[in-house]
Design a protein around this ligand. Structure first.
Ligand code: ADP
Ligand code: ZN
Length: 428
């Protein structure tokens, strides 16, 4: 859509007005930001340039938790048409409320993301994200309808029925988490289908990281083109950024969401290309506005233009969320680093989990549990031990730490219809 092709000047102008609008609205109508601006003696009228904007304090997940349930509202509650809450992967839920204008802006944004991924009004999309407080289902639902796509609002679960309807309805677009797409392919095979026969054309995947290995697996199994999109409840939900068909990073809807990358240690704003924490400001949000929200997601803004011709900047794939960072014996590890090592071994599958043994709040031990592929599975203890040793050695050279590796039988780890739970904590 045209907004994805604005000139740099057009974006700067829009962002300048957008940020002004966001600051004024928050300062005037949100009790949370009124107090914050007061405390920091910040005059909203003096925040004009991007440099001034860097003086606005960050908003964090804990601010939003403390505001539970309605402390972030900047409009009377009768103007709120819908409430969502984060799925609470990492703690107490965070509440978001949307006005009519918020819902429209969100739907149009998601429509742009779907269009970038090649979806059209002629397609039939099955939404296998959960409907409910989680923003995934409803977010994609209204976005796809905005685009004119036929929507099958299946929601998550009941895999067998999902597959049957997918076939009957001639669905050609699948909306889900990447883990669910893998699980569905596995389930399809078990039921005697070849996933490729379903005729899926495009996958819109989000809600959790999708490693190269997972993407390859999904594309090979289903014979579809996998695209990844990104979003979070605190800012709006899905539809903040998404891949075009060049699949080299996710275009951010920069005319709606103002992105910054900061050094998570000291909060300094980093240049394009530098890796740090993504900070987002939705510029037109009325209901529950946030300014400079620290997403906790680690990425970078990719410098240079995308070969597709769109002018919105792209963000790179999320290498980890700060909540998921594992600190063990002074070494910082993201699950994605372990996943990358595992992907180098054809004998093991993308199904893995990390079991942390904790004692007095500290991680004492890390065990990497990973399933063997049916081809990698063997009865030979020697072969398994050798593989275990090789994986462990590769982990050690990548992480400078050699966690224990436990090779599991195929299909022994729990499957999920939503986001995969990679980290399991146990008390030592
Ligand atoms: P929760 O925090 O409970 O998981 P959300 O459903 O709002 O709540 O999830 C948002 C988070 O999901 C993001 O902050 C990010 O960590 C993760 N996420 C969403 N999309 C992607 C993606 N494409 N790649 C990696 N992580 C993603
Ligand atoms: Zn592109």
């Amino acid at each position: 859509m045209q907004n994805d092709f604005f000139s740099t000047e057009e974006f700067s102008a829009r962002q300048k007005t957008g940020l002004r609008r966001a600051i004024n609205h928050a300062a005037q109508n949100s009790p949370f930001y009124r107090r914050l601006f007061d405390e920091k003696s910040l005059n909203p009228d003096q925040i004009e340039t991007p440099d001034d904007f860097a003086n606005v304090p960050f908003t964090t997940k804990s601010d939003l938790r403390q505001a539970y349930p309605y402390g972030m509202a900047a409009v009377p509650l009768d103007k709120i048409l819908r409430i969502h809450a984060s799925s609470g992967t990492t703690g107490k839920p965070i509440v978001a409320g949307y006005t009519r204008a918020d819902l429209e802006c969100w739907a149009e944004g998601v429509a742009r993301i779907c269009e970038m991924a090649g979806v059209t009004s002629k397609d039939i999309a099955q939404i296998s994200f959960g409907y409910g407080l989680f923003t995934g289902g409803f977010g994609l639902h209204y976005g796809l309808e905005w685009l004119g796509t036929t929507v099958v609002p299946f929601s998550s679960g009941n895999t067998e029925r999902q597959l049957a309807l997918m076939q009957d309805f001639q669905t050609n677009v699948l909306v889900s988490t990447p883990s669910f797409a893998i699980y569905m392919a596995e389930a399809a095979r078990e039921l005697g289908y070849n996933p490729r026969d379903f005729g899926l054309k495009i996958g819109l995947f989000g809600g959790e990281p999708c490693s190269d290995a997972m993407r390859e697996d999904i594309e090979n199994q289903w014979g579809l083109k996998a695209t990844v999109n990104y979003g979070l409840t605190e800012v709006v939900g899905p539809g903040i950024s998404g891949e075009c068909l060049k699949t080299r990073g996710m275009h951010i809807l920069e005319d709606i969401y103002y992105p910054e990358i900061i050094d998570p240690e000291n909060g300094r704003v980093l240049a394009d290309g530098e890796t740090g924490e993504l900070v987002l400001t939705p510029m037109f949000k009325e209901g529950f506005p946030v300014l400079r929200y620290r997403t906790g997601d680690i990425t970078r803004l990719i410098p240079g233009p995308c070969p597709c011709g769109r002018t919105t900047r792209r963000m790179d794939y999320i290498t980890g969320r700060s909540d998921d960072m594992i600190i063990i014996k002074g070494v910082n590890i993201f699950p994605s680093q372990i996943e990358e090592v595992l992907a180098g071994f054809p004998e093991v599958s993308p199904h893995y989990r990390l079991v942390l043994k904790k004692d007095k709040g500290f991680i004492k031990d890390l065990e990497v549990q990973v399933e063997l592929t049916p081809e990698g599975f063997t009865d030979s203890f020697q072969e398994l031990e050798a593989l275990d040793g090789r994986i462990r050695q590769r982990l050690r050279s990548t992480l400078s730490l050699g966690p224990r590796v436990k090779l599991m039988e195929p299909k022994s780890l729990e499957r999920t219809t939503g986001k995969a739970k990679r980290i399991v904590e146990e008390q030592a």
